[in-house]
Write a protein that binds this ligand. Structure first.
Ligand code: ZN
Length: 479
């Protein structure tokens, strides 16, 4: 009987001969890692046990699985639960519920994740915009009443109990756009065991004011605050990184960033004004981002022939001005139909300052099958372009910012470091070869260089091929 039990005991896997970059920020060192079940059970110079599966990591880096601090992958997981575009970046946990998005309570969302069985883990924020929509319905173009705020607080309290990471907001989008700081503070207070994370009200001319609003919400809500996908997205704020980083340090904020100089959103995001028929706002909006040649349509359901073209190109084809084209796009998609644009509006000089900073972690802000390359390329782009080629930061610091730093900030317990008894989310990659290939015109091209991935101890990628394992699970805020 005892012998039979020994035979069915979970077998172990030895990741052998790799260069361990453990996520803490410590220097790389040669070390083997043993996994048993979902856990890391030993690290060091390890002898192979009898019958043990060995993964040869010679010449490769062994690191904790990457945590995508701002992800929209959850929306696509039903269609593609294998999450290949995330796994090929080394991502094992995606942090969703961002930008104020929320369609159902976190407990129900976690149930859905369990049912779908995606290949990667998901942690979730509760989105202010969705809470607002569920309480205010279509009557949201105003600040919420005290009764409405109290209903939102109840929904949020239930989410926090279910393991939500805190409150997210998306203040450039409907319906969050119409809220005031007071409403956000009252909600943030309920999320005080977690953090407040925000796509702030303005990422362009008034970005500094928007960051100050976030500071106020964090202070008055008595919780940590993080700026989502930080950027300086207009001429007026280009080269102001020193000022922003000073604020981040002084207020002990954190932020996340994706490694591209172009953003993707709806075309309305070119201007904070909602007077769409007023030509003046678009004259300024286009000038702020350097002109219509920097605005490329990435989705436009009423006329797919325009997709992939810049406003300048569409203008040449149709004889219409860029402003008339913007207004037509908004008019034709106001009720139904979808549109999105990729806009080159950031300076790489600024981006590099953000990528370097110790209080700024990494995100993709990407989705599965999305039309911005960040969904398939972000993490390898950091490791390839910014670590290997431009030497903007060290490998161990980049990995810390992909692993233990987000795990600690979001309270993802026992993840983000290769340490005994921690969960075995592990990536093995080739530091000389890891690279992104997705571009604005081929946004889904997979990254290369990731060789092995383990999710909750389950071998999910072997020799750069998907094994079809779907071992991802909901990850709750740790206590
Ligand atoms: Zn956002």
């Amino acid at each position: 009987m005892i012998a039979a039990m020994l035979l069915i005991a979970p077998s172990t896997i030895l990741i052998s001969g790799g260069m361990l970059v453990d996520g803490s920020g410590s220097k790389p060192r040669l070390a083997d890692v043993r996994i048993k079940g979902s856990q890391i059970v030993a690290i060091g110079s390890l002898m192979r046990l009898q019958g043990e599966t060995v993964v040869n990591a010679k010449g490769l880096v062994v690191a904790p699985g990457f945590i995508d601090a701002h992800s929209h992958a959850l929306g696509g997981i039903k269609g593609d639960p294998t999450a290949i575009s995330q796994l090929m970046q080394g991502i094992t946990t995606a942090v969703g519920g961002q930008d104020g998005g929320w369609s159902q309570p976190v407990a129900a969302e976690f149930q859905d994740i369990k049912r779908i069985k995606p290949a990667i883990n998901f942690a979730l924020f509760s989105g202010h915009g969705g809470l607002r929509a569920s309480v205010m319905g279509n009557d949201y173009k105003r600040v919420a009443s005290l009764t409405e705020i109290s209903k939102m607080r109840n929904l949020l309290a239930a989410d926090m109990k279910a393991g939500s990471l805190g409150l997210s907001s998306g203040l450039e989008y409907d319906p969050g756009y119409y809220s005031d700081t007071k409403e956000l503070v009252q909600l943030a207070q309920v999320a005080h065991k977690g953090i407040y994370i925000s796509h702030v009200r303005d990422e362009a001319d008034k970005a500094m004011d928007a960051f100050q609003e976030l500071v106020k919400i964090g202070r008055e809500g008595a919780l940590h605050a993080q700026i989502s996908h930080i950027k300086l997205g207009s001429k007026a704020v280009w080269n102001k990184t020193a000022e922003v980083l000073k604020l981040i340090e002084k207020e002990k904020l954190t932020a996340d960033v994706y490694p591209y100089t172009y953003w993707q959103s709806t075309i309305a995001a070119l201007s904070p004004s909602r007077e769409w028929e007023n030509d003046e706002i678009w004259v300024k909006g286009l000038d702020d981002v350097g002109g219509p040649q920097n605005v490329r349509l990435s989705t436009y359901t009423p006329n797919p022939a325009w997709v992939g073209k810049t406003l300048t190109e569409i203008g040449q084809e149709t004889g219409r001005s860029p402003i008339k084209i913007i207004q037509e796009i908004l008019r034709t998609t106001n009720e139904e139909g979808r549109q999105s644009v990729v806009v080159t509006a950031m300076q790489e000089r600024d981006l590099i300052q953000f990528i370097k900073h110790p209080r700024i972690m990494f995100c993709s802000d990407g989705s599965i099958g999305g039309s911005h390359p960040r969904g398939a390329g972000s993490f390898p782009r950091i490791l390839g372009r910014y670590v290997r080629e431009l030497k903007v930061l060290s490998l161990q610091e980049a990995i810390r910012k992909m692993t233990s730093f987000p795990a600690q900030t979001f309270a993802l317990k026992n993840r983000g470091i290769i340490r005994k008894n921690y969960i075995a989310d592990i990536v093995v990659f080739d530091p000389r070869a890891i690279a992104d290939h997705a571009t604005p015109t081929d946004s889904k091209a997979l990254s290369t260089g990731v060789r092995e991935v383990f999710v909750n101890g389950v071998h999910t990628v072997r020799e750069a091929k998907l094994l079809g394992s779907r071992a991802g699970m909901p990850v709750q805020r740790g206590v």
